[in-house]
Design a protein around this ligand. Structure first.
Ligand SMILES: Nc1nc2c(c(=O)[nH]1)N[C@H]1C(S)=C(S)[C@@H](COP(=O)(O)OP(=O)(O)OC[C@H]3O[C@@H](n4cnc5c(=O)[nH]c(N)nc54)[C@H](O)[C@@H]3O)O[C@H]1N2
Ligand SMILES: Nc1nc2c(c(=O)[nH]1)N[C@H]1C(S)=C(S)[C@@H](COP(=O)(O)OP(=O)(O)OC[C@H]3O[C@@H](n4cnc5c(=O)[nH]c(N)nc54)[C@H](O)[C@@H]3O)O[C@H]1N2
Ligand SMILES: [Mo]
Length: 759
């Protein structure tokens, strides 16, 4: 009998687990206390798959031979293996050349991306700390996740409370009578939480509500955005038309006297302005159920019935982040808030609205009352920033002006891009355009674990360890445990941690001590733990020193999930508990937004007719993937097992498939005005007619451009690179107009999972 493998505690954005290295590869066991471990755990062993790992530092041949400078070959060049010493010397010399010659405003260190779980080896924080001590960098603000919401919510409710302190699941399970779910509450997304999750509890809480008799309405183009057994009434609306439906619900409630006039008067600012628009006195168009039916495809009778049920029950309106990740994405969120105000249940247990339930496992799970061990990022002396999704505009249009949240800003002139922990050649829109943008800088530095499309656009690729090859502390604000993330494998090849790489660069730039503060990795973990512990309130002290914690593997941070109702105080006394908005109330009309004069984001929730693209009759939903986290571990078992004909599955309604002569298993060409992608067809009546769904994250594969922009099925080959509006400039990747046709001819192989260098 072989020795039983030693399982050690570990964690990921999709859950805690135990892992052991065995002769047969990495063995992964879900955390024993997790009631619903994520299927994504099946991808974890692929982290140690050597074929796709960057195993040594590499330089792009053109950059090595011709030196720094804009280069159209970036993205299609060869790579040359170099030593660590040479890689670090060259990277440090180039950082120094750029900052000396052009100043630190020529360095883009936004470096957006999820990286891995772990409080210390958080790639973006490490990079920001390093660039700050090296003189500063242009940063990015807001996220791809909820960029429109992050800018809009402070205008409407004063801060980000609906995302940071939502009513907890425990309260909803107990009190909500009717869940009205715009964008659903998909189990697939609640697998994930930034930083980790030790207890996947949402499904359980929804079932508790169901057993109590709660009713569910799913408003989404996809039927599987809410678990089957909840027995939801499915309203399959046309994507991008929620605002029309919400405005008509408001209209109906008021017209039938089902609105809460007092709440609108005492707790809201600007309902009279909104009503002038809803009633049609502004534009001659009442926002009636018939008006909405023509736009969203939900029958007027159904809309009236829904309005009546919402008024008759304790109703929670949930708006998923996906709704705001599109053109005019500010509007459905604002209209959702307005709808909740018209109903008047905000601040009541189980009533009101929520934004992002199920978009992340932690939303509604409650929040720790104290901070977590956190790496300080340091002070960045550079003031320039961009809204995160304007990265290609920045590289293509240095010096050009644009609008953002009432400010007129100018794009900086970037010479050096430094990225660690993100994959823009998966996450950004219109990847062919991003490819052109990436030819512009003098130098692109990328720290990566895998030969991703972003690594293949770098001039220097610096190989990074995965969490399995290093030690860290795993925890998230919305979770209840601190996990010792033990090392379970030696580093693959010559991989180093981001910390080690950046320490090497800092040394060469003469700021080693400022960066490391004289600690090695183990000492940092110990210091983060002990200094965190010292600041905890006595009742929260775990009573273990670092060595004891590390041996134990885990600390439970809190016993029970707290019960919290968003805006309970504000409801009870809107004068004592004013919201931090200009009026102190919820702003259904914002004088401040109106004063910006933006035609694409006026002073109250407004319907915009969709921008048609003739010849592209279908709407593509490019949602987050069920089988992986973004592009991470796309080659893992769970992700690979769902591919069709070796490509990302694209789902289509049977009627649309029949009209095009298509069936399940076909390789299809998805086209948009921006580009094209090959994908594998799945015919399904869970998809509304007129809609196709192709999730994000298949590794971008531009190796057969004569056939398609991407032959593997990354939807960002198709999406449009435009901001949500001049207000928020948020990511709009969720929705795009496309056509789908049968692919005829020889199907090119997928090369995304073949490294560009000899193995
Ligand atoms: N069309 C469309 N596009 C979208 C979306 C959409 O809905 N539609 N959604 C958007 C959203 S919400 C998001 S959040 C983004 C996600 O976009 P990203 O966060 O960029 O996606 P990931 O695949 O998680 O990329 C993380 C990368 O970091 C690497 N990595 C992991 N750990 C480490 C580490 O320790 N060090 C280093 N150096 N690297 C590491 C991984 O290998 C991976 O390549 O995508 C966005 N893109
Ligand atoms: N498994 C898994 N989970 C994840 C992630 C992942 O990559 N994989 N990513 C994480 C991240 S970073 C984020 S930000 C969140 C994202 O959280 P969300 O933005 O909520 O997730 P999506 O899957 O993009 O969209 C949710 C659903 O909205 C529906 N939808 C799309 N457009 C419309 C519309 O116009 N109207 C209506 N009513 N519905 C619409 C789609 O059918 C889609 O399935 O997910 C997180 N969770
Ligand atoms: Mo996200």
């Amino acid at each position: 009998m072989p020795e039983p493998a030693a399982f050690r505690s570990h964690s990921s954005h999709w859950g805690a687990f135990d892992a052991a290295l065995t002769p047969a590869g990495l063995a992964v066991r879900p955390d024993a206390g997790d009631p619903a471990p994520a299927a994504l755990l099946r991808n974890v062993p692929a982290a140690l798959d050597e074929r796709l790992r960057v195993l040594a530092p590499y330089a792009r041949r053109g950059w090595l031979e011709r030196g720094p400078g804009p280069d159209p070959a970036r993205g299609r060049d060869e790579y040359v293996r170099i030593s660590w010493a040479e890689a670090l010397d060259r990277a440090a010399a180039e950082l120094d050349r750029v900052r000396t010659r052009y100043g630190n405003t020529a360095i883009f260190g936004g470096s957006y991306g999820w990286g891995s779980a772990g409080r210390f080896h958080h790639a973006q924080s490490q990079l920001h700390r390093f660039l700050a001590v090296a003189g500063g960098y242009v940063r990015s603000v807001n996220t791809y996740s909820s960029g429109a919401a992050e800018v809009l919510l402070p205008h409407v409710v004063g801060d980000h409370a609906p995302i940071e302190r939502p009513t907890t699941w425990a309260v909803l399970a107990e009190h909500t009578g009717h869940f009205v779910c715009f964008g659903g509450l998909p189990d697939k997304n609640a697998q994930v939480n930034a930083g980790g999750v030790t207890r996947h509890g949402m499904a359980e809480e929804l079932r508790r509500a169901k057993r109590r008799g709660a009713r569910f309405t799913l408003v989404s183009p996809l039927r599987d955005d809410l678990a089957d057994d909840l027995g939801a009434d499915w309203l399959p609306l046309a994507p991008g038309t929620d605002t029309a439906l919400m405005l008509a619900l408001c209209f109906t409630l008021v017209e039938r006297g089902l609105h809460d006039e007092e709440f609108l008067h005492t707790h809201c600012e600007g309902f009279p302005e909104l009503w002038r628009y809803l009633s049609g006195s502004v534009d001659g168009v009442p926002k009636s159920p018939q008006w909405a039916e023509a736009r969203c495809g939900i029958p007027a009778g159904k809309i009236v019935e829904l309005a009546e049920s919402m008024a008759a029950h304790r109703t929670m309106i949930t708006v998923s982040w996906s709704l705001q990740r599109s053109r005019h994405g500010e509007q459905p969120l604002w209209a959702g808030v307005a709808l909740a105000c018209v109903l008047g249940q905000i601040g009541l247990p189980g009533g009101g609205f929520g934004h992002g339930y199920a978009s992340m496992a932690g939303i509604g799970a409650g929040s720790l009352p104290f901070p977590l061990p956190t790496l300080r990022r340091g002070l960045n002396p550079v003031r320039e920033f961009i809204p995160v999704a304007r990265v290609a505009d920045m590289l293509l249009h240095p010096g050009e002006e644009y609008d953002y949240n009432g400010q007129r800003l100018r794009y900086p002139d970037i010479r050096l891009v430094h990225w660690a922990g993100g994959n823009p050649f998966h996450h950004h829109q219109d990847l062919a355009r991003l490819g052109r943008a990436f030819t512009r800088p003098d130098t692109v530095l990328v720290h990566e674990q895998f030969w991703t499309a972003t690594a293949r656009h770098a001039d220097l690729v610096l190989p990074v360890t995965t969490t399995l090859e290093r030690e860290d502390l795993g925890a998230a604000r919305q979770d209840a445990a601190l996990v010792a993330m033990a090392r379970v494998s030696p580093p693959l090849g010559e991989a180093k941690s981001d910390f080690e790489i950046l320490s090497g660069l800092a040394k060469r730039l003469g700021v080693e001590h400022e960066f490391t503060e004289g600690r090695d990795e183990r000492q940092w973990l110990e210091w983060l733990y002990e200094s965190w512990r010292a600041k905890l309130p006595p009742e929260a002290d775990p009573g273990l020193d670092f060595a004891e914690f590390w041996r134990k593997g885990r600390i439970e941070l809190r016993e029970a999930r707290p019960e919290h109702v968003l805006y309970a105080d504000f409801r009870a006394d809107p004068h004592r508990h004013r919201l931090p908005t200009p009026s102190g109330r919820i702003e259904l009309f914002s004088r401040r937004i109106a004063s910006f004069g933006y035609d694409d984001c006026p002073g109250h929730p407004t319907w915009f007719e969709p921008e048609e693209e003739p010849g592209f009759p279908l709407t593509l939903v490019a949602n987050n993937p069920a089988t992986r986290l973004h592009s991470q571990l796309d080659h893992g078992a769970e992700s690979a097992g769902a591919k069709v004909a070796g490509r990302e599955p694209v789902r289509m309604h049977p009627g649309d498939a029949a009209a095009r002569g298509l069936s399940t298993g076909d390789v299809v060409l998805v086209r948009s005005p921006r580009g094209s992608a090959l994908a594998g067809l799945v015919v399904s009546d869970a998809v509304r007619p007129g809609v196709v769904q192709l999730s994000t994250g298949a590794w971008f594969d531009p190796t057969a451009p004569e056939v398609a922009t991407c032959v593997h099925g990354n939807p960002n080959a198709l999406t449009r690179d435009v901001g949500s509006s001049r207000l928020a400039q948020g990511c709009t990747g969720q929705l795009t107009r496309v056509e789908v046709v049968a692919f005829r001819g020889e199907v090119p192989p997928v090369r995304a999972h073949e490294p560009p260098v000899p193995g």
